[in-house]
Design a protein. Structure first.
Length: 275
């Protein structure tokens, strides 16, 4: 079929916003808004488009494309701005074809997680979505900057419960939403207050705990690397090796062979001491 005969696609209406980022150059397409042609041409790699899906949008793809589309519901956006102390965002002001390396790299971080089994990566999905919300709210939503200076903290019982819950579910997939629910908070509220309280994100704290336990198991020399990876909550040995090297600078196998079971990296023993 010649490109000019490609079907015109009506984008379904939602109480939501669509955020599209191009992973490579998109040569040609047409876009209509409320029956009016508003774009005819291409978009460069890293180009971003934000559209409000309560309005009438139609598109026609005239060439191959490779992009990631984030669907942000109005409810999720309102919950984020409320929890982070911002004014409600009515619309986004994003110029057509604007290049956004931040959204581009968030999409790149997301792609390797797609199609992974179970809920092992729910935690990372949560953090990527919060980072996306924070970025588009600040850059395109013209939101107030005052919320960044808020210093809410977890109550001692909330901090302890969050850490206990993560440790109890170390070998499973655990989402930020579930942890926040244990503390009686929304996801965004919990994520901000956990970092204010501990100095690090819940995601990094959990990965640290996994690496600490892995070091103990490596030192014991009683399990294979695959068994250690699964017991510590990694999807497989490859995932375990990548994260381990990020935290320690070496691979699990090399560390086990050369360290002789001694904890030669600056991490606390497993299990962590209780306050």
């Amino acid at each position: 079929m010649p490109p000019e005969h490609a079907p015109v696609i009506a984008i379904p209406h939602h109480e939501a916003f669509s955020v599209i980022v191009q992973l490579r150059d998109f040569a040609s397409h047409r876009l209509w808004h409320d029956g009016r042609l508003v774009h005819a041409g291409g978009h460069a790699q890293q180009a971003v488009a934000i559209t409000r899906l309560t309005e009438d949008w139609r598109c026609q793809h005239l060439s191959a494309f490779d992009n990631v589309r984030f669907l942000i519901t109005r409810q999720a956006l309102d919950e984020f701005t409320y929890d982070s102390g911002q004014k409600r965002i009515g619309h986004f002001d994003c110029a057509p074809g604007a290049l956004d390396p931040v959204i581009y790299h968030l999409a790149q971080a997301l792609i390797p997680l797609l199609g992974q089994p179970g809920g092992m990566h729910d935690f990372m999905f949560d953090h990527i979505s919060l980072a996306l919300f924070a970025h588009i709210a600040e850059v395109y939503g013209k939101a107030s900057q005052d919320w960044t200076r808020q210093k809410g903290r977890l109550a001692p019982w909330q901090e302890q419960r969050a850490k206990d819950f993560m440790l109890e579910n170390l070998s499973k997939g655990v989402s930020l939403e579930l942890i926040a629910r244990e503390c009686g908070l929304s996801r965004a509220h919990f994520a901000r207050n956990f970092k204010n309280t501990t100095g690090t994100s819940a995601c990094v704290w959990l990965q640290n705990m996994r690496i600490r336990k892995a070091l103990e198991l490596l030192g014991a020399r009683q399990q294979t690397l695959t068994e250690i990876a699964l017991e510590c909550g990694f999807t497989d040995q490859s995932h375990f090796s990548r994260v381990f090297k990020t935290f320690t600078g070496t691979s699990p196998g090399y560390w086990q062979r050369t360290q002789g079971g001694s904890l030669a990296v600056p991490v606390a023993p497993w299990p962590p001491a209780q306050p």
